[in-house]
Design a protein around this ligand. Structure first.
Ligand code: C5P
Length: 420
C-alpha cells in the first residue's frame, strides 16, 4: 500500500540499542510515501546520529525544547499536531514512565503530552525492566489512555538475556502504523473529569468474532496442505471492528502479520482447531468468517516423515473439514445475530456467492474475485460485491482497510436493525 500524500508521521526516537531498527523503519515509511519528521531524545543520539536520521527522513531532526522558540522553528504544539500519528520507537522504560505520568521535561515528552493525535509505542528494553511492576503499570495506564502498542517481542536481548523486551521488527511496526492510521487517529477527550470513557463507535459494547488467514492441515510431521491466503482482509476487519468499539476475538491461522491492535487474537493451525476456538468464543453478536479454511485434510496424519518410494506413487486420502461458517449460520440456540461469510471465487462470482448465502444460512456474503489476474490474494486492495437477502451491491476497488471500515459500519447498521 502507498500512503496518501497527507499521511505524516512524527517519529520519537528514544535512547536504546533498538534505535538502529528505527532507521530501517524510516526507510520503509518513506518508500510507502509517508512524510516523516523525527524527534530524538538526548539518549537516542548515543545510539544513532542526527545526521543519519536527517538523511533518511529528508527533514531536520528536532531535539531541543527551547530551540523551538526560534523564529525559524515550529512551536511544540504545531510540531506535535502537524502529524497524523506519533510513533515512539524505541519506547524506552523512561519514555513510557514520562508519558504515563505526564512529565514534560524535554522535547520528546513535551510533544507526546501536547498532542491530540494517536500515539503508537514500540517498547524496547531489557526484559527485567519490561517485566518490572512499575513498567507494567505504566504500560497499563497508557493503554487505558488510548496509546496503541506494538510489541515488545520475545527474543535474545542485546545484553544476552532471553525474554520479552525486543522491539518489534520494522515491518511489524509499519503494519501497526497502517492499522492505526486506518482507524481514528485522534485521542478523544475524556467525557467527564474523572476520565471515564464509554467505548464509542458503531459497534460499541458488541462482541465480534472474526476468522482470518489460511489453515494448515498436516500430512506428516513436516508437511501440510495450505493455501495462499495472507490474512490481510480478515485482520483489517478485526482491527476495524475493535476501532468501532467492539470487543473482538480474532481466530487466525498461520500468517506473517502482527496481531491487530485491540481485541484478542487466538492462533490456530488446523480447521478443527479453528472451529473449537470459534465455538469457545460464543456467544457473539457478529461472526465474520474471512479465513480461507482448507476444505480437506489428510484422512490420517503419518506419525513419521513419509519416505519417497520410487516404485509407487503416494496416494493421500482427503476427507472434508468442518464448515465453520455453515456451523455458525445453522446454530439454533446461540446463533450470532449476524453471520457473515466471504466467497472467494475465480468464476461465476454472483451465482456461487448467492448459493453460499442460502446454503450456509448467512446474513451477508462478501464476494470477491480471486482469479489469478485480480491480484486480490495476498494483495493490498480488494473489490467486493455485497450480497444480503435483500439484494446486492458492488463496491469499487479500495484498500482492504477501507473495505474493512465500510463493512464494519454497514454491520453496525444491520445489527441495529435486527433490534438485538
Ligand atoms: O465454500 P467456501 O469455502 O467457498 O466458503 C467460503 C466461506 O466459508 C468463507 O467465509 C470461509 O471463511 C467459510 N468457510 C468456513 N469453513 C470451511 C470452509 C469455508 O468457515 N471449512
Amino acid at each position: 500500500m502507498t500512503a496518501s500524500p497527507e499521511q505524516r508521521i512524527l517519529l520519537v526516537i528514544g535512547g536504546g540499542i533498538a534505535a538502529y531498527k528505527t532507521l530501517d523503519l524510516t526507510r520503509h515509511l518513506r518508500e510507502r510515501g509517508f512524510f516523516v519528521r523525527a524527534v530524538m531524545t538526548e539518549a537516542a543520539q548515543h545510539f544513532v546520529t542526527k545526521l543519519a536520521v536527517e538523511s533518511l527522513t529528508g527533514n531536520r531532526v528536532f531535539d531541543d525544547l527551547f530551540a523551538l522558540t526560534e523564529d525559524s522553528s515550529m512551536g511544540h504544539i504545531e510540531l506535535s499536531r502537524d502529524a497524523d500519528l506519533l510513533v515512539v520507537a524505541p519506547a524506552t522504560a523512561d519514555i513510557l514512565a514520562k508519558m504515563a505520568h505526564g512529565l514534560a521535561g524535554d522535547l520528546a515528552s513535551t510533544l507526546l503530552l501536547a498532542t491530540d493525535k494517536k500515539i503508537l509505542a514500540a517498547p524496547a528494553m531489557n526484559l527485567r525492566m519490561w517485566l518490572h511492576p512499575a513498567t507494567q503499570r505504566n504500560a497499563d495506564i497508557l493503554q487505558k489512555d488510548g496509546v496503541a502498542f506494538v510489541g515488545p517481542e520475545d527474543g535474545e536481548m542485546a545484553c544476552g538475556e532471553y525474554g520479552p523486551g525486543r522491539m518489534s521488527e520494522p515491518l511489524a511496526i509499519l503494519a501497526a502504523i497502517e492499522q492505526v492510521l486506518a482507524t481514528d487517529t485522534r485521542i478523544p477527550l475524556p467525557t467527564d473529569l474523572s476520565g471515564h470513557q464509554e467505548p464509542r463507535g458503531a459497534l460499541a459494547g458488541r462482541r465480534v468474532l472474526v476468522t482470518s488467514g489460511p489453515t494448515q492441515e498436516p500430512i506428516d510431521p513436516v508437511r501440510y496442505i495450505a493455501n495462499r491466503s495472507s490474512g490481510k482482509q480478515g485482520h483489517a476487519i478485526a482491527a476495524a471492528a475493535a476501532a468501532a468499539g467492539a470487543d473482538v476475538v480474532l481466530v487466525s491461522g498461520p500468517v506473517a502479520l502482527a496481531d491487530p491492535l485491540g481485541g484478542r487474537t487466538i492462533h490456530v493451525k488446523t480447521a478443527r482447531e479453528m472451529l473449537r476456538q470459534v465455538e469457545a468464543a460464543l456467544p457473539v453478536d457478529i461472526f465474520i468468517g474471512v479465513a480461507a479454511v482448507a476444505d480437506w485434510r489428510a484422512a490420517e496424519t503419518a506419525p513419521e516423515k513419509i519416505k519417497k518410494d520410487p516404485k509407487q506413487p503416494l496416494c493421500l486420502t482427503l476427507v472434508e473439514n468442518p464448515d465453520i461458517l455453515a456451523a455458525m449460520g445453522r446454530r439454533s440456540k446461540d446463533r450470532p445475530a449476524l453471520v457473515v461469510g466471504f466467497a472467494a471465487e475465480s468464476e461465476q462470482l454472483i451465482e456461487n456467492a448467492q448459493a453460499k448465502l442460502m446454503v450456509k444460512n448467512c446474513d451477508m456474503i462478501v464476494a470477491n474475485d480471486v482469479s489469478k489476474t485480480s491480484g486480490v490474494l495476498g494483495g493490498e486492495n480488494n473489490k467486493v460485491l455485497i450480497l444480503t437477502k435483500k439484494g446486492k451491491e458492488s463496491w469499487p476497488w479500495m484498500t482492504k482497510q477501507e473495505v474493512a471500515r465500510r463493512l464494519v459500519a454497514r454491520l453496525g447498521t444491520m445489527l441495529a436493525e435486527t433490534g438485538r
